[in-house]
Design a protein around this ligand. Structure first.
Ligand code: SF4
Length: 208
């Protein structure tokens, strides 16, 4: 849980933003009980409590604890997956199932900097795969893996590493790309800056 005076971000790991009605009901009841004026699901899949009275912070934290899911088993900052074939009529592949697998990806060493993942169930790319450190989208041929994107103040479109991948192949390739990034990137260098220096040809040579 983090704070910045007025905003308290809670529930790390909302399981790719999914909330069952029962969970939503519990959250709404707690927000009403503590008169939280506004809440927001952040792009990082956290629940931000806006305008919360700081004195209520510990109580609310305790009451929401049963809904808190364990953080990702690795150092990925977050995995954002679109509704995909489970819930979207345009979905070709199951982005949520793939996202759940990547949330559990375990890496041998810490990552140099934040790694954000965006997974889309079709080419429309609602989860922004081209502007995530690791971006994945589905086509009829399989998954396309994009690496080194960033949507911040110094944006960069990621590079396509490979196309037509199965679920197992894309998970394996993500692990390989992140391992190269771990081994070759400077501390605190995001994948976008790393890829500008390292280059897609060198990455492909290392992982394919
Ligand atoms: S990327 Fe495709 S499958 Fe995912 S929500 Fe958007 S339209 Fe639906």
């Amino acid at each position: 849980m983090t704070t910045n005076l007025k905003t308290f971000t809670i529930i790390p790991g909302l399981n790719m933003g999914l909330l069952a009605p029962r969970e939503l009901g519990v959250i709404v009841a707690i927000l009403n009980k503590y008169a939280v004026p506004m809440a927001k699901i952040t792009p990082a899949q956290r629940l931000a409590l806006l305008g919360l009275d700081e004195s209520k912070y510990e109580q609310i934290k305790a009451e929401l604890k049963p809904l808190t899911r364990p953080a990702s088993a690795n150092d990925l900052d977050y995995v954002h997956a679109c509704p995909g074939s489970q819930w979207c009529k345009f979905g070709i592949s199951d982005s949520l199932a793939l996202g759940a697998r990547l949330e559990q990806l375990s890496l041998a060493a810490p990552l140099p900097a934040k790694v954000k993942v965006g997974i889309s169930g079709c080419r429309m790319s609602c989860a922004g795969p081209y502007v995530r450190d690791v971006g994945i989208f589905a086509t009829k041929k399989g998954w396309t893996l994009v690496f080194g994107g960033n949507g911040g103040g110094n944006p960069r479109l990621g590079d396509i590493v490979a196309e037509g991948l199965s679920d197992d192949q894309v998970v394996d390739l993500v692990r390989k790309c992140l391992t190269v990034y771990q081994q070759q990137a400077k501390y605190k260098s995001r994948t976008a800056r790393f890829m500008e220096r390292f280059g897609i040809d060198a990455l492909k040579a290392a992982v394919l």
